[in-house]
Design a protein around this ligand. Structure first.
Ligand code: ZN
Length: 50
């Protein structure tokens, strides 16, 4: 799961999610949660993918 892109609220950049993991939510949907791939940014990115 590294080809999912999301918006980082910390550096205000749209880019690929690093170390993304699929997380099943209680409502049956799936989201990808990981970290911003920008150099030096430690922001987290979470995005619903299905
Ligand atoms: Zn960032």
């Amino acid at each position: 799961m590294s080809n999912v892109e999301g918006f980082c609220l910390k550096c205000k950049t749209y880019g690929p999610i690093k170390d993304g993991k699929e997380i099943k939510m209680a409502n049956g949907r799936t989201r990808c949660a990981g970290f911003c791939s920008q150099d030096g940014c430690t922001g987290k990115i979470s995005k619903i993918i299905s």
